[in-house]
Design a protein around this ligand. Sequence first.
Ligand SMILES: NC(=O)c1ccc[n+]([C@@H]2O[C@H](COP(=O)([O-])OP(=O)(O)OC[C@H]3O[C@@H](n4cnc5c(N)ncnc54)[C@H](O)[C@@H]3O)[C@@H](O)[C@H]2O)c1
Length: 386
Amino acid sequence: MEERIGIIMNGVTGRMGLNQHLMRSILRIREEGGVRLQDGRRLMPDPILVGRNAEKLQEISQRFGGLRWSTDLEACLADERDSVYFDSGTTGMREGNVMLAISKGKHVYCEKPLSVSTESAVRLAEAADAAGVSHGVVQDKLFLPGMRKLRRLIDAGFFGKILSVRGEFGYWVFEGDWGIPAQRPSWNYRKEEDGGIILDMFAHWRYVLDHTFGSVEAVSCMGATHIPRRVDEGGKTYECTADDAAYGTFLLEGGIVAQFNSSWVTRVYRDELFTMQVDGTEGSAVAGLRECKVQHRANTPRPVWNPDVPNPIRFRDGWAEVPDNMEFDNAFKVEWEMYLRAVGEKAAFRHDFWDGARGVQLADLALQSWSQRRWIDVPGLGKRRG
Ligand SMILES: NC(=O)c1ccc[n+]([C@@H]2O[C@H](COP(=O)([O-])OP(=O)(O)OC[C@H]3O[C@@H](n4cnc5c(N)ncnc54)[C@H](O)[C@@H]3O)[C@@H](O)[C@H]2O)c1
């Protein structure tokens, strides 16, 4: 039995909205015949593309066989045939649009960060709860193959007691001033447009840490704006007012220490753009976006410090690859399916607005830690589901 579910998609002319959400998630789900529910029904997403630029929307609509589109968000929200509102517009616009959607009784699903401040994110979570709508936030990193393999290791008890976690995220984002254009939007580097790597990435680190190792209990962070001027999409030089690198340390439940470097100003000498090393008493792992390597205590070499002789151990050779053992779907699509299933089955969704608010809270407290040059405790926020 096929049941249509109308989804108002705002922000689909942007990077994330178009590539990850429309093309790789919603259209793929349609091609595969919808999302199957427990009672045998199949939910078939029917998107309507919403944005400011009619020409761009029309082009996207035609490219994918004539999807519905509109430049009138309020009219879309007033239409009762479409029950879900999705937002991948800029972060600063989110609260206003999502609040409007909630007031019209729509179920709401959003990109991260949920909003630009903890207060704003909490307002959204409270309003969504009060309206009784299903709410969710994108937490794509959890569904990446590398992270799922890491989860598998934890569930199998591979690590013994986990001691520490070290995350390296980043790559060089070109300044745009000598021939190679920047590969990220310029608003990312302007505080006044809610840019900055701390707000962007700490929203991810919060759910990665909370859901994989244990709740974040305290944070210490130093940020930096290493590159003071960049060139924007129109070729104009602008002042960078937001942080482009962050050096954070987190204390997790159970005493685990996590350190994350997040940088748009680093050249990659790693296997992937994000890697995370986990060290435990019984074994260690290095997880990336797709791969995950392990070394058990029995395979651990015994190095002795002696810089006077050439290094006798080929350290990388002592690690083994965790096999795929299954097919991994696109991480955004996996979460879309979970969210639509929760809507269709009226079930609780674990990656909800409260979880999203906790991500914004960590970014806020990290910024506070940087400005005050001190550790900050992370207080509990909202109810955890699942
Ligand atoms: N999950 C992830 O890994 C991930 C990665 C990157 C970005 N994001 C998040 O996704 C969101 C979008 O980021 P992006 O990189 O796709 O940005 P983008 O600049 O490519 O897209 C932003 C979208 O908002 C629209 N928009 C911008 N200003 C507007 C205005 N004044 N009025 C109406 N519409 C406007 C644009 O037309 C576009 O559709 C952000 O919240 C960002 O934090 C998430």
